[in-house]
Design a protein around this ligand. Structure first.
Ligand code: NAP
Length: 441
């Protein structure tokens, strides 16, 4: 029996588990996840109003429910177990930890209140534990930097009216913040031309269908090229006479140079292709310029990914997803990639009698770690579905402590010492631990 541990339960990790089951008749797969709940970016990255995309979680859930797959939620590599320990317990380890750190622009003012990376912003609106609301109120104008689909998601969530958020899983707190901002203008700013934008046509076109928002191309004369995205922008220009409360302004060929303000953000400064300075007034700026992976114990990334050759980092250690290739591609990209890496593992790794999950369980018991198996995760899922408020499809728990409570993990602890340890672990989880090296995936 080949023993494989996958670190990370997002689409990359789950698709790899699926492909390993297809490639190897005799494999046992343990999927470790830092948070108590699985599915990574499906749960915490995909926008809460795009439930049809989030529905892929059902497919991933079926993988975790398979007999030869074991889920270990709330097990953080580096805190509960070290990568080197796992290497001695398993025949192969796969890093599927995503790219959790927001890339930085490296320009003045990036630490001002009101400036936030897209990982922080999308994590917050998806109720990810330890992610907080933007530190500003009274947002009339927001600047979104970047011309990818994450920029579109952020603009759409800011622009939608409350009725358009019905059926989502936005929490009451997030809804309250969004509905109390007197937002009038959203600027989406790209450093290159419209023809170079990385938006997809469908996601961009959706901005033209919103009830209270009107997309506006600030310089229509500069729209060149015949790409699908440029065609959508031309349609926006043709429809610009609509009256709307919120304007979504598209700017191109502007490079960000500084965030301006003393105690909080006042404006974002850009340089145009003619070298002119352009200031856009804003109380909120969201940088949507991509992500980097972070170290996993002694394994360090380079240029935002783990150096690898076709998914292999070194003997017995593999990588998939954004930690392998950077933050690109769609959800199905992970399935194709998983197939290739699974076949490689099947060719290269042979079982050597390592103990795998049995030894990991023992180790976690000894350390009194409070981990969730698949059944415990299903208890959290059921409680969230039952706890949905009016107009919402799910009432997501926003803290690890609530998830552990719903999972009934730690309730059956035997000794007072074990109970004290459970309380300590929950307290640890409640602390904002956003050091880059321990970022969740
Ligand atoms: P992305 O598509 O790579 O877009 C990043 C944007 O940031 C680009 O416009 C890039 O400009 C810009 N950028 C990078 N560095 C910059 C800098 N220093 N200054 C100014 N601009 C800078 O990344 P993303 O939007 O984060 O999306 C990540 C992945 O998730 C993509 O594959 C995306 O399609 C996918 N996604 C899909 C959906 C969906 O299908 N609904 C939703 C969200 C995300 P350059 O092009 O000039 O480098």
């Amino acid at each position: 029996m080949l023993q494989v541990a996958i670190i990370g339960s997002g689409p990359a990790g789950c698709y790899l588990a699926d492909q390993l089951l297809r490639s190897l008749p005799d494999v046992s797969i343990d999927v470790l996840e830092r948070l108590p709940v699985p599915f990574g970016l499906i749960r915490y990255g995909v926008a809460p109003d795009h439930q049809s995309t989030k529905a892929i979680a059902r497919v991933l859930d079926r993988v975790l429910s398979r007999e030869r797959v074991n889920f270990f939620g709330n097990v953080e590599v580096g805190r509960d177990v070290r990568l080197e320990e796992l290497m001695s317990l398993y025949d192969a380890i796969v890093l599927a930890i995503g790219a959790t750190r927001d890339r930085k622009l490296g320009i003045p003012g990036e630490d001002l209140p009101g400036v936030i990376g897209s990982g922080g912003f999308t994590g917050w609106y998806n109720s990810r534990p330890d992610h907080r609301a933007p530190e500003v109120q009274g947002v009339r104008s927001a600047v979104i930097i970047g011309n990818g689909n994450v920029a579109i998601d952020v603009a759409r969530i800011l622009a939608k009216c409350p009725a358009e958020l019905a059926g989502s899983d936005l929490s009451p707190d997030v809804t309250a913040w969004l509905t109390t901002q007197p937002i009038e203008t959203i600027h989406i700013v790209g450093r290159r031309s419209a023809a170079d934008a990385k938006f997809t046509e469908h996601e961009l076109a959706e901005l033209g269908t919103l009830e209270r928002a009107q997309p506006v191309v600030v310089d229509p004369a500069a729209l060149d090229g015949q790409t699908a995205v440029v065609e959508v922008l031309r349609k926006f220009v043709a429809q610009e006479n609509r009256k709307a409360r919120v304007t979504i302004n598209f700017h191109f060929n502007l490079t960000p140079t500084a965030f301006l303000g003393d105690k909080e953000l006042r404006a974002v400064q850009f340089r145009s292709s003619n070298d002119d300075a352009v200031d856009l007034s804003a109380q909120l700026a969201v940088t949507c310029i991509g992500y980097e992976t972070v170290a996993c114990c002694t394994v360090k990334p380079s240029n935002g990914v783990f150096p690898n050759e076709g998914g292999k980092v070194r003997d017995g250690l593999y990588v998939v997803g954004w930690a392998k290739r950077g933050p690109s591609g769609t959800i199905p990209t992970n399935r194709t990639e998983a197939q290739q890496v699974a076949q490689r593992i099947a060719r290269e790794v042979t079982g050597s009698g390592r103990p795998g999950g049995a030894a990991l369980r023992e180790l976690l018991e000894r350390r009194q770690a409070h981990w969730l198996d698949y059944t415990a995760w299903r208890r959290v899922d059921t409680a969230e579905l039952a706890g949905a408020s009016e107009g919402r499809c799910r009432g997501k728990f926003g803290t690890v402590a609530e998830m552990l409570e719903a999972a009934q993990v730690g309730r059956n602890l035997r000794s007072p010492a074990q109970k004290a340890d459970a309380a300590q672990t929950q307290a640890l989880h409640r602390k904002p631990t956003q050091s880059p090296a321990s970022d969740p995936q």
